[in-house]
Write a protein that binds this ligand. Structure first.
Ligand SMILES: Cc1cc2nc3c(=O)[nH]c(=O)nc-3n(C[C@H](O)[C@H](O)[C@H](O)COP(=O)(O)OP(=O)(O)OC[C@H]3O[C@@H](n4cnc5c(N)ncnc54)[C@H](O)[C@@H]3O)c2cc1C
Length: 451
């Protein structure tokens, strides 16, 4: 009896999961590896960060998704390298977070075909202080930490007039792409609702949400009319939109712009971009672009590596055969390319030929808040306002992973829509004395200025 073809998939994000699900119940043996035991629905992380949803609403256990497929084995742990000679991945297990310098494998997992779906990480673009003091929004952990941090700042400011000067209530969002727009709009709603319902005693007008982007417009990939709508709506909802401005330095107590402007703050949310540098994809030794994303042929094979495919954010994927355009880093691209890589493997085993990938654009979306969103459909038609928001609402429910999560998010959103309350505004982490060293230093300084 012939041994089954062995497929290893690195990453259980949108791309890796789509590939695994396509290979379920086929005549291949699949090992799906991820450093987390859950899949993250990144499009709704901002809701967790702003107290709208619980972390468990946007995460789903990988085993609950693929556990019933007899040919799929899930391994929790990091992949730290690939031995191209032996065609094995180095599986470091759960003790080692991915780190290029780590040595030794808990297990060498052999493969006949490999799918690299390891995604990207936050890019701080070497802005001084950003990697230490800015708060990224890329993982569930980031979102939960950010929620605690924002809620703590609001609590600290309550009744302490000195905090109006030290920037405790200044929330700075770096980046005017979809994540920056969504998080800015959601913080404003959190502040408004908290003020109205939670008995805070400070002046709402003392809290600022400032969104900064180096471009002259928000939502770069959207049509001009959609960008104008988003900017106008944000401003109308009291977000200070600073465009054509660069952040040059971040410290624990302020953010500095290239033109010399200094804004006191304790909260800088980084929505400024991503990179594959530092991820396993950039260390495989295969051709990549400067940001570490792998170059693939139109059939998704990593250039020069037989039986190796890269999908989703980790890859630079042409939109179609012969096209010089590349796919955007979106969930739909990851899902479609993951499925395509799986079909290539099945075709290859069956002696068939590899087929070029063709991206089917399903449009892009961003929400600014209650009844204000933009859905730019394929072909360019833009739905905005309540209509755009309804489209955004429905599509996110459809694509959310896991039936339980769809139900809880639907109930949560409907309840909030009807009742105007916000979601789980609870501080759960242990934040070393509520960041007291920074708080006390800056409070003392601000207090001196007030007196
Ligand atoms: C805040 C935010 C909001 C977004 N909003 C939208 C949106 O509204 N619409 C949209 O279409 N897209 C959105 N995106 C982009 C979208 O989420 C990505 O394009 C998509 O997640 C890419 O899928 P992927 O499978 O390539 O990577 P990911 O989903 O990032 O998955 C990569 C997986 O690989 C695992 N992994 C990485 N390295 C290793 C290793 N060495 N060993 C083991 N496991 C590893 C990670 O743990 C992760 O589970 C958003 C992204 C973010 C961060």
């Amino acid at each position: 009896m012939n041994a089954l073809h062995r497929v290893v998939i690195i990453g259980a994000g949108f791309g890796g999961l789509a590939a695994a699900k396509s290979l379920a119940h086929s005549a291949v043996e699949v090992t799906l590896v991820d450093q987390r035991n859950y899949h993250t629905f990144q499009p709704l992380l901002y809701e967790v960060a702003t107290g709208g949803l619980d972390p468990a609403d946007v995460a789903y256990p990988v085993r609950a998704i693929v556990g019933r497929a007899p040919n799929i084995r899930f391994r929790l742990g990091s992949v730290t390298g690939v031995d191209w000679q032996e065609r094995t991945i180095c599986f470091a297990g759960t003790n080692v977070k991915h780190d290029a310098t780590s040595e030794g494998c808990a297990d060498d997992i052999p493969f006949d075909s490999l799918i690299v779906a390891s995604g990207v990480v936050v890019n701080f673009f070497n802005v001084p202080g950003a990697d230490t003091f800015a708060l990224p929004l890329y993982t569930v952990d980031d979102a939960r930490y950010l929620r605690d941090h924002i809620l703590l700042r609001i609590e600290e400011a309550d009744g302490e007039s000195a905090h109006f000067l030290d920037g405790t209530l200044n929330f700075i969002v770096v980046g005017g792409g979809p994540t920056g727009v969504e998080v800015s709009g959601a913080i404003v709603e959190l502040l408004d609702k908290s003020m109205e319902r939670d008995g805070f005693r400070f002046e709402r007008s003392m809290a600022r949400v400032v969104m900064i982007d180096s471009l002259e417009h928000v939502l770069n990939p959207f049509k001009r009319s959609a960008q104008r709508y988003a900017e106008k709506t944000l401003r109308g909802r009291s977000v200070e939109v600073m465009l054509g401005r660069m952040v040059s330095k971040i410290s624990p107590t302020e953010v500095e712009l290239e033109d010399g402007m200094i804004i006191p703050t304790r909260t800088v949310i980084w929505a400024g971009g991503v990179t594959a540098r530092g991820t396993i994809a950039s260390e495989l030794g295969s051709p990549s672009i400067p940001s570490g994303r792998l170059l693939v042929d139109s059939n998704l094979s990593v250039t020069g590596y037989e039986g190796v495919y890269a999908v989703g954010d980790a890859a630079v994927i042409p939109t179609a055969l012969g096209s010089n355009q590349v796919c955007p880093q979106l969930a739909q691209v990851a899902i479609q390319s993951g499925r395509h890589a799986a079909s290539q493997i099945i075709a290859h085993i069956g002696g068939g030929t590899l087929k070029p990938f063709r991206y089917r654009d399903k449009g892009i979306m961003a929400t600014i808040g209650r009844r204000a969103a933009i859905a730019q459909l394929r072909g360019g038609l833009v739905l905005q306002g309540t209509l755009g928001w309804a489209a955004w609402f429905g599509l996110h429910l459809v694509y959310l992973v896991g039936f339980r999560n769809r139900v809880t998010v639907f109930v949560n959103w409907s309840w909030r829509y009807l009742n105007w309350t916000s979601g789980p505004r609870i501080i759960v982490g242990d934040h070393d004395g509520l960041d007291s060293s920074v708080a006390n230093d800056s409070l003392a300084t601000a207090g001196q200025q007030l007196t």
